[in-house]
Ligand binder design. Sequence first.
Ligand SMILES: *Cc1c(COP(=O)(O)O)cnc(C)c1O
Length: 402
Amino acid sequence: MNYSELAPPYIRAIAPYQPGKPIAELERELGISGIVKLASNENPLGASPRAIAAMHEAINDIARYPDGNGFELKSALSQRYKIDTANIVLGNGSNDLLELAARAFLAPGDKALYAAHAFAVYALATQAVGATGISVPATKDFGHDLPAMLHAAVQHKVKMVFIANPNNPTGTFLSAAELLQFMRALPSNILVVLDEAYNEYLPENLRYDAVSWLHKGNGEAVGHPMASPLRELNEFPNLIISRTFSKAYGLAGLRVGYALMHSEVADMLNRVRQPFNVNSVAQAAAVAALGDLDFVRQTCEMNQRGMAQVTQGFRKLGLEFIPSLGNFVCFKIANAQNKLNASQAYRRLLELGIIVRPVANYDMPNYLRVSIGLESENEKFLSALEIILGKNIGQQILGEAA
Ligand SMILES: *Cc1c(COP(=O)(O)O)cnc(C)c1O
């Protein structure tokens, strides 16, 4: 007997998530150090010194279970977003929250909808509970086609729609106006999970405040500390906004995220989460990180410079890329001019000590995704790219670096 047959067919059908290759793994394989990992959209600046100090402090109490209600972190988030703590659910990374949403609301026979090339976890979370995933073709620029998603959601009577803004791996972005139009047209018994893992990276002119959409009417906060969550009359009680401390806050290894939603929706997510799903060190670090606005600002500024550096490099090399509003960018490595396919290019970059991310599993077989790193890391990446493309302007850039 094959033990996999004991698992339900929908579990057996799951194609596991493919994480970025860890640095230590490539070091073991190549026997070299100095590897540059630009594969998981991590913060190349590390974490806020305040968060690190808070972790050291929290270690002293590590024998205790964490606060299962996350009082301190929820209070900090409540103040930041002017929202009641009953509207907040904490997660072991925002990945946990995506799964909790699926687990709380989807059952076998239910349908969930997401865009082609959207973050892989939406499909995984849907499949893991035996629900059916529907992928809606993207626009010609790899972005979410919201009108098509609206149509499909109604037509297929789906229960949940996942939207990533900006999306990973494409970096594509939906404006506030497009999102609002979608939300207003969507029947309110369809839940929307708006995944804003890269929200902090948005430039000033594109910023929007989805959290205000959870407030009553046009912006009147329901989040007064004394307000009863039961009296909420959100404009969009079907909206779940998820955010993470893994990206701009630089705490990916800790696993902590949060989601904001109507209290009745939050109640359902809380019923299926582990009682202690966010560890105590993570909770303490997240509170400190949330307060370090300077660190997030530095991160975004560095990301903007790095994005300009990397995309300029692509232009010099004649490589197409998908304009991105995240801390990563997809570029078309396999084209008519070179004889490389994306997986060959990925492997050759690995040999040169550079880890990027293949995206063939996102139906983008000719692309690779690179995370924006420190200036020096971006430079190493571009130099390696020139080497594998056999372009002699590589020498020029290496020369400039020296
Ligand atoms: C990275 C990422 C997340 C989840 O990250 P966590 O570390 O689990 O918080 C969620 N959504 C998107 C689109 C991401 O890229």
